[in-house]
Design a protein around this ligand. Structure first.
Ligand code: PMP
Length: 296
């Protein structure tokens, strides 16, 4: 935290930090996995690039180089002991101007790690989850830069997630302001129809997920056609298969949407193949994708 290793209980901030009041912060979610070649952080460079891109958009000058953040992440894992971790770098505006122009406020940077298993619950990866379309519309690209991963943007996600859980579903699906399918509160969506993979376009108010990119590459390398397109709600209801991707969610099949079974209501074969391939590439640190692995 701010250049030092700090014990969990000491990692504190003042109650008047701008980041707390106005959401002036950017963050990342990354995973470190055990592979047969040693512990590796998955696509660390891409995540740190997105971290700096988010910061640039929001006028946050991170007072470290990308290389320093990469090194600090790996050093933190060594200091805490090698195991599978979820990694959370965050940069946020501190105490200073109490109004909205936070440009002169100091920037704090922290990296936290903790073990975090299946984000959508144990068994989600094998059995799949049940989703509902949210009554909350995804924030529009012209309201907030949806390619940036900023803390303040996530209250839109929280409302959708909480609503879904209160209705008894595992997760929400969100539409963009045009009525096309956008993403989950913290996951990108893929749809399979007649053996072809479809996923919403960057213009659908989505975060351009690193897992989305990885799955698109793995799928095309396996010979699948992958198409980015505007997706209608009814295409979701009529899909053969659906799944979420994300660092936290990894590859999570969706087997039901608003009481309609997806396909036959069981995890689909293409989803299984891609999910297996994803975890196989990671656990073997597959040499064909060597640039994806940053060994600790
Ligand atoms: N969309 C949103 C809104 C997210 O928060 C995340 C998680 N970072 C994703 C998609 C998936 O992105 P990634 O694969 O880079 O984790």
């Amino acid at each position: 935290m701010d250049g030092k290793f700090v014990a969990w209980d000491e990692a504190k901030v003042h109650v008047l930090v701008s980041g707390l009041h106005y959401g002036s912060g950017v963050f990342e979610g990354i995973r470190c996995y055990k592979t047969i070649k040693g512990y590796a952080v998955f696509r660390l460079k891409e995540h740190i690039d997105r971290f700096f891109n988010s910061a640039k958009i929001y006028f946050l000058n991170i007072p470290y180089t990308r290389e320093a953040i990469v090194e600090a992440t790996k050093e933190l894992i060594r200091v805490c002991g090698l195991r599978d971790y979820y990694i959370r770098p965050i940069a946020f505006k501190g105490v200073g101007n109490r109004g909205l122009d936070y440009r002169e406020n100091p920037v704090h940077v922290a990296i936290a790690i903790w073990p975090w298993g299946a984000y959508l619950g144990e068994g989600a990866r094998d059995k799949g989850i049940r989703c509902t379309f949210s009554s909350w519309v995804r924030i529009q690209n012209c309201m907030l830069p949806m390619m940036a991963k900023a803390t303040g943007q996530y209250i839109n996600s929280s409302l959708a997630c909480i609503e879904a859980r209160m209705k008894g579903f595992d997760e929400a699906l969100m539409l963009d302001s045009r009525g096309f399918v956008s993403e989950g509160p913290g996951e990108n969506l893929f749809l399979v129809k007649d053996g072809v993979l479809y996923t919403p376009t960057p213009g659908s108010s989505i975060l351009l997920g690193v897992t989305r990119d990885s799955v698109m590459k793995l799928a095309s390398d396996l010979g699948y056609k992958v198409v980015e397109k505007d997706i209608l709600k009814e295409e979701v209801f009529l899909a053969d298969e659906l799944f979420f991707t994300g660092t936290a969610a990894e590859v999570t099949p969706i087997v039901e949407v608003d009481h309609r079974p997806v396909g036959d209501g069981k995890v689909g074969s293409v989803t299984r193949i891609l999910s297996q391939r994803f975890f196989e590439v990671i656990s073997t640190a597959d040499g064909r994708y060597s640039s994806w692995f940053d060994f600790v």
